[in-house]
Design a protein. Sequence first.
Lengths: 366, 366
Amino acid sequence: MQTELSKKLGIEHAVFGFTPFPAVAAAISRAGGFGVLGAVRYTAPDELKRDLDWLHEHTEGQPYGLDVVMPAKKVEGVSEADVEAMIPEGHRQFVRDTLAKHGVPELAEGEASGWRITGWMEQVARNQLDVAFDYPIKLLANALGSPPADVIARAHDQGVLVAALAGSARHARKHAEAGIDIVVAQGYEAGGHTGDIASMVLTPEAVEAVAPLPVLAAGGIGSGQQVAAALTLGAQGVWLGSVWLTTTEADMHSPALTRKLLAAGSGDTVRSRALTGKPARQLRTEWTDAWDDPSGPGTLPMPLQGLLVAEAVSRIQKYEVEPLLGTPVGQIVGRMNEERSVQAVFDELTSGFEKAIDRINRIAGR
Amino acid sequence: MQTELSKKLGIEHAVFGFTPFPAVAAAISRAGGFGVLGAVRYTAPDELKRDLDWLHEHTEGQPYGLDVVMPAKKVEGVSEADVEAMIPEGHRQFVRDTLAKHGVPELAEGEASGWRITGWMEQVARNQLDVAFDYPIKLLANALGSPPADVIARAHDQGVLVAALAGSARHARKHAEAGIDIVVAQGYEAGGHTGDIASMVLTPEAVEAVAPLPVLAAGGIGSGQQVAAALTLGAQGVWLGSVWLTTTEADMHSPALTRKLLAAGSGDTVRSRALTGKPARQLRTEWTDAWDDPSGPGTLPMPLQGLLVAEAVSRIQKYEVEPLLGTPVGQIVGRMNEERSVQAVFDELTSGFEKAIDRINRIAGR
């Protein structure tokens, strides 16, 4: 499947794969798609450098990109400690109580929390970019608004296309005005941060709002049939994230979490503020239920909620406390029912796409 | 656009149009689609008979159907008065207070509330069916679970296909087990009662769940491009409701409401229990906000909520109290920006469908 954008990027299939795992990103690019490595977890530049080295060596010359989480508005002189100080004690106690209720063990002394919110802060994202621009990345995506103007300019100077996620036509238009090159229209059914407009409605709205800029459709896509539907809605490509979580190349660090993903149905996710303070779709768990319960203290705004729960999430994941164990994932989790290689996922995407085109042509009498 | 199901029904386009207005239903059937008249508002059999007479005369021999709201489980010997008695006084006071706050006038003495919940009760639906089975309807749809077994048998005896709405693969499977002929998979983005799984995910899940039974895709469909996408997802037809509300044939009885629909964006709806007690997508208004506000009394379960608000909704509509004025409608309302004839909507559906097929074939290299 070829669009103007896929031709421009020199890829075989207009399938963009977002993933936190270098092995998955490399396999996506090798399979003829476009692998995009999520940078948010790399707070240490050296670790990002190590993984980009690995990625570059394993894409067999195929293009790849990077996804950062960078706020468009700069907050001057605010440290993680300043933000920590804004968290009410009642909320900290609620975290302790909820963990205690489920017998979640403490981390060992000196053991770092694996999941830090600091990746969400602008300086950290800038450090990531300083590393990434030394590599021949072809795409820089920002998951949180348009990137700052100087970052867009720097990317363009190096011939890097800039993409930004949007949950509404208005967001998409703002990105276009900021000078980005590609809008990722993220529907309600998507994993992670998402608005409440579903892909069937959002995709064509975003396409019309920013034409002739290309739009990638995200949310609810895990089969070749869904790729065909999303491209039919006017997208120049699809952006898939959830479907890679259960590939053999993914390094989830938790067999229990993989089992939960494989067992979950499309109705087993929830759009909750529990993880970051903004609505993000994830597996519904007793942890999200606790935060969404009206009798609880409720969630804090971003970035406070993320800081508040970072260590708790690490403990839940490390000790695989099943009732609380979750991850961002979209409604497509209902079709993620077996571990497959990235190549096997691609084989189904491309063969399912062809079958769907055959069928719709029969319906159209062609 | 032709599918097995459209051929079976002898219609030109696999487009099913649900509407409470006989003039719209007739125009849909005349345009080559399949008009389905919503019966819920006909509490008097004579009125339904009058409108079915009119509909039959104006479809030019093309097929049409009826949509009822019939609970699968029978509640014996419960009258409307019994149900009324279950409504707490605090909730009645909240209705009075909210109306008073916005200066909503009373109905005139003896003036009947135009919108009655009684259409939701089984006996009323059975009276509707006694009328409808005297007409050559080709489809009977039920918006609330599978119809009772004897109703399915009676329909089949008369060669009438039975459809039922489903919001999940599990619901779809239950309908299939009950012996219905067509599943309408109603996505999260749809107007009226809907679950939380979006069409992009729900449609293929429902298709797989009930194959070889045909599935109609509902939710988020208002353009030919969206028709093409929905059929690509495996549906044998599309089921459109919202898009007809702003056609010239629609009799909304409220210019203010039509203006609100034409002005609304895709983000201006909400899935709320305010209207019936079950989640139904509708325009977001100060009325839905009042019911969804955690500091209010909250909504009552179906059928209590519908009975509680019936008169209030009539008053709001009659006096066009704009901040409170709403109607069930899907996220597709964002693309309903001008009054058009049903035929003009069809012309766009069919030409947009062909354009979308052209484009996806180019992407597929065909």
